[in-house]
Design a protein around this ligand. Sequence first.
Ligand code: IVH
Length: 692
Amino acid sequence: MSFDPRARHEELCLLLNHYRWEYYVLDAPTIPDADFDALMGELEKLEKDHPEFVTPDSPTQVVGPGADRSFTEVNHPSPMLSLDNAFSMDEVRAWSNRMVSLAGADALAASGYMCEMKIDGVAIDLVYVDGILLRGATRGNGRVGEDVTANIGTINQIPHRLAQPMPGTLEVRGEVFMELAGFNELNDSLIDEGKKPFANPRNAAAGSIRLKDPAVSAARPLSFLCHGIGVSKTEISSLSGAYDILKACGLPTSDRALRVDTFEEVMAYIADLGVQRHLLSHEIDGAVVKIDRISLQKDLGFTVRAPRWAIAYKFPPVEVTTKLLDIRVGVGRTGRVTPYAVMEPVKVAGSTVEMATLHNGSEVVRKGVLIGDTVIIRKAGDVIPEVLGPVLQDRTGSERAFVMPTLCPQCGTELAYEKQGDADLRCPNRRSCPAQLRERLIHISSRQGLDIEGLGEKAVDAIVAQHLVTDESDLFNLNAQMLITCPLFQKQEKGSDTPALSKNAEKLLEQLQAAKTKSFDRYLVALNIRHIGKGVAPVLASHYTTIDDLASATAEELSQIDGIGPTLAASITSWFAIDWHRAIIEKWKACGAMTQTKTPVIEMKQTLTGKTIVVTGSVPGYTRDGASEAIIARGGKSASSVSKNTHVVVAGEGAGSKLDKAISLSVPVLDSSLFGYLLDHGVELALGEASG
Ligand code: IVH
């Protein structure tokens, strides 16, 4: 194998950073100083020969353990793909038949199949260099994930040093998950501490690996099982062989993974797993079947979504019945009034369900449910639970129909439809309906907004309940005297009857102060202008020097900007037309907030000009609106239905009929893991990348 100086440079940087971390942070070096110096010497020599490799964060340029790497973005050595799904045994058989026709029956028989559990957790990429764990990262968009090494390193089953020599880079893929017993214990203790429990073990695992304090992660009952290999220097001829190697290295592999010769055995494995699934100590949402021989995997290659050589069989959704205790209504950020079902808590697919949205008044009528009914609810994997309908034979006559309120349950304002034909009723008291104000404040403090950690849901609830703000314009006027009136922000000092300001409140005040200088684009997100999220805000912030310039722009001017279509332009001008909206800006400015002006953002590259794109299913890292915004911001059109004129359909987990339509119309389909690539490089290159 030829020497690749760039790859060796990367390895050396990772290794040296790791040893420094062991030395400085853990106080537990694992190599002698002389070995460290030798590696450093090698790096220095390499950088002397290749000065273009030197980066400001190279171990030759920084002293000490280096910056805190947690949650920084990292490129995966090889892309982390998704899996195609089959929802029936017939679909698994169709997949197997496809394999036979592509590879030939003999090659398939010689390879055999690897059958595994589909663990319901979080995919993680581990990078070992020369047998040492250097990085753990989340899947992210498949190419770029988040560095969660500090937290992953606390999982006992993940060795920091492999039990046998593995020279060079070895990329191990697997799932971090939480066993049910540990999950229930964790939720019990969260409830005891007055905190919100996790909805399911998968969320608990995902939340635990993204905690800021690795010591807290360490206390979380996380497990890990390998399910694949990425980059590797060792010759590997089969997946079953790879698992043997990983096991010998001390990595956890599943006892339930089974290599079989025939498709009949695959069917038997899936059937058996279906029976066993509820007896397992953790949640699974299906089985994964993979072609065992690596050379055959390579021949079969990848489709736009996933490898051709693997299929995930998803168990049918679980349906259970429970009592519909009540139908209540919630009020969202934009005043939308949504009825939701309150049910007797019931376990479905591993988690307890007690609420489910009913979307709007006509949905309640369509489903035909009455309060007091026994209802059938369904939940597939981590999909949101859904009320399917009533069990009519269980009706006693004491049930009553739900009546959509005419007044807002939060502020008493008369509800109205925004325009004719709308399905959703809204509360028109936009400015001071406490429910809407609450949601807007939460949005302001969110990560995309001003990122004010101390202003979480509880803090917002306390501030709104105590009427400390009339609307968000008062946010920066909050002070110690005001906060101390809320029990949440009080602490009892020894020997004093009067409460003092809690540490959290002090932190909140500091963070509010710090938020004043956050960038212009973050402020644009924080204003809660419809359709203006983290995708479009930087475009606006790079075009207008100040908020006043933006406020005086006409819809026509705005639509001239690449990435701002008529809908966005209208949304912006109509927002600024409202007096109390403009007052928010004036009051914030008077407090010294919104001081940053034009963001030195390079204009968004217009990679998607003239392209119509449809997104179906989930796109990692983006909300539905966020994905549309990102497309629009790059000059593309984000459409909601597929036609012959669609240039590409981006399909992610949960993709539905739009994907079928794309296939039937021969519209190219791109896996959602390539969405970031599509945004950066345009349709042609992304499709090239997908087939390459
Ligand atoms: S293989 C290229 N095997 O399911 C192959 N994935 O829906 C990619 N998962 O992102 C993955 N159990 O997080 C594989 N035995 C298993 C799995 C598994 C769970 C997850 C994994 C992946 C997702 C795709």
